[in-house]
Ligand binder design. Structure first.
Ligand code: HEC
Length: 108
């Protein structure tokens, strides 16, 4: 079963480094102005992404729920302010892009 060690290294190292570069979907975050209201670790106008991740990490269907939320906006249980829908934050957000953002938030 022996793969040459150099190939094993290439397989192990290349995805790891590109995953690092991609780990934050920066363009989507900028385009949707997420950081206008959220930060990763300080509650601000909106709950921090870490609070959100802590709350939803072990919930079944959290990703589906939050994906809808990112596209349609709305208010859940964090306070009086609702999150605006994607169209008011910078433009329509596809389900795939919403999922990318949700995965990012939940991994904080
Ligand atoms: C205009 C301010 C604003 C912007 C911009 C914004 N949010 Fe929010 N977000 C909020 C507020 C306020 C809440 C809390 C509302 C609630 O769920 O009760 C919230 C809640 C959330 C939640 C938790 C939802 C829930 O149902 O518990 C997630 C996840 C989230 N935001 C992600 C994002 C992401 C990702 C972006 C960028 C695509 C973004 N937000 C942009 C204001 C904003």
């Amino acid at each position: 079963m022996g793969l040459p060690i150099s190939i094993v290294w290439a397989l192990a190292v290349v995805p790891a480094s590109s995953a690092f570069a991609d780990s934050e979907p920066t363009e989507l975050i900028n385009q949707q102005h997420c950081m206008f209201c959220h930060t990763v670790d300080q509650p601000f106008l909106a709950p921090s992404f870490r609070q959100i991740a802590d709350r939803y990490r072990d919930k079944p269907h959290a990703a589906e729920l939050l994906e809808r939320k990112l596209r349609l906006g709305g208010k859940a249980h964090w306070g009086d302010m609702a999150m605006p829908p994607a169209s008011e934050r910078g433009g329509p957000l596809s389900p795939q892009d919403a999922r990318t953002l949700v995965d990012w938030v939940l991994s904080r």
